[in-house]
Design a protein. Structure first.
Length: 122
């Protein structure tokens, strides 16, 4: 007599679908963190924007955008979000616009020490 294979149940969907993008993103990250630490580490600094059935994930770095745009990453996020939200979502990833007028904090600190100077971008 062969032993029966254990049945792994999918996590249950929430009783009420999540509609608030901030709450949806936090719950998505909590679910991702359970199995995909690296993906969680990349996504936790991103900013989500939900418009209808389209989720835009705004990343701080191009490397993060590239990683989140991978088919497997989008599939993982899509499945979790669909389960939490109760409906599928189209996902795109972009690099967030940097504020051109703001100098990084370390540059401001250096400027305070040495006085005003021209900042050269590299």
């Amino acid at each position: 007599m062969a032993a029966a294979e254990p049945v792994v149940a999918a996590p249950a969907a929430p009783a009420e679908p999540i509609t608030d993008v901030t709450e949806l993103w936090q719950e998505t990250l909590n679910e991702i963190k359970k199995q995909y630490n690296t993906l969680y580490g990349i996504a936790r600094t991103a900013i989500p924007e939900l418009r209808g059935d389209h989720l835009t994930i705004k990343c701080k770095f191009a490397f993060h955008q590239k990683r989140l745009n991978e088919v497997k990453s989008k599939q993982i996020f899509g499945e979790v979000i669909e389960r939490l939200r109760g409906q599928p979502v189209e996902i795109s990833c972009t690099v967030a616009e940097k504020d051109a007028g703001a100098a990084p904090a370390d540059v401001s600190a250096i400027s305070n020490i040495f006085g005003g100077a021209e900042l050269l971008e590299s």
